[in-house]
Write a protein that binds this ligand. Structure first.
Ligand SMILES: [Zn+2]
Length: 295
């Protein structure tokens, strides 16, 4: 999980200027509330900073459809910026949960249904994976704990300080592994920060999603080894070192691979599956029986 401070947009008006200078039919309605929106944007940093305070109800609910429309059907100039923010971030994992897939959705950190004024405020838009998106949804504040449920990856670096540890056990009898996920808090970090991160990850249903991921990965490697002759130790080490040392264990994949390498019974079992002759050196015309079509 990475701290995304570089994604913070300093000028509050750039995106809104693009919206209010477009030629959409209802643009006058937006121009009418432009100054109120800018005032509200000015409060955004404080709202995120004060995550212990519940948000007041929005004063923009009458304009909800209008404001959501400028996000969902943006004019060309704004659309370009939204797509850039969603796709051109070079992130290899989800900043909310550590899912080792490049995030390809944008989360409205303060949900746009209840607070539509932040529909096109860039700092409210955070790249997120498709596993987190439906789970986080419209949730914002927890009345029970009296604080915001989630940590904002652009405003807080605490998620980036934690590591995942995945302990792998393997039964030689059943040939089945079991996985358990641990969240590793740096010793110097205070307990409230730890509680906050645990709450964030629990709300994203991390345990179940990581277990599903581990089981899929185990099946994937079993199938690969049955089809190709290679040493699983070398393959896993190779993948782990695709990441810088400091980034290892900050996503599920490297944590799982480190956990697998720690279990000799599992590694021996996987390597025993790889009994086929070296198929990777054989000449193999994959598309011999196919013809190419233009798309
Ligand atoms: Zn995620």
């Amino acid at each position: 999980m990475k701290f995304l401070d570089e994604m913070k947009v300093d000028s509050n008006s750039t995106w809104l200027d693009l919206a209010t200078s477009c030629r959409k039919e209802n643009v006058d309605d937006l121009v009418e509330i432009e100054n109120e929106l800018l005032d509200r944007y000015d409060e955004y940093d404080d709202l995120i900073e004060n995550y212990l305070d519940d948000l007041d109800d929005s004063e923009f609910t009458d304009n909800k459809d209008l404001l959501k429309e400028y996000y969902e059907k943006p004019p060309a100039g704004l659309k370009k910026l939204i797509l850039e923010r969603r796709n051109d971030h070079e992130l290899l994992e989800c900043p909310f949960c550590g899912n080792p897939r490049s995030p390809d959705t944008l989360d409205h950190f303060i949900p746009k249904d209840n607070w539509p004024e932040f529909s096109i405020h860039p700092n409210n838009l955070v790249p997120q994976c498709r596993g987190c998106a439906p789970t986080k949804g419209e949730k914002y504040y927890c009345d029970e704990d009296e604080k915001a449920i989630f940590v904002h990856p652009i405003y807080s670096d605490i998620l980036s300080k934690f590591k995942f540890r995945i302990v792998v056990e393997f039964s030689i009898q059943t040939k089945k592994p079991t996985f358990s996920l641990k969240i590793m808090k740096p010793r110097g970090l205070d307990n409230p920060s730890g509680d906050r991160v645990v709450k964030h990850l629990r709300a994203l249903k991390l345990n179940q999603r990581v277990m599903d991921f581990c089981n899929r990965e185990f099946t994937k490697w079993k199938n690969k080894l049955k089809n190709k002759n290679f040493d699983i130790r070398i393959a896993l080490n190779h993948r782990i070192h695709e990441r810088e040392d400091s980034e290892q264990s900050k996503n599920w994949k490297t944590s799982l691979y480190l956990g697998m390498l720690d279990n000799n019974d599992l590694i021996d079992y996987l390597n025993s599956l790889s009994t086929t002759e070296n198929t990777d050196t054989e000449e193999f015309e994959e598309f011999e029986e196919f013809e190419e079509l233009e798309l």
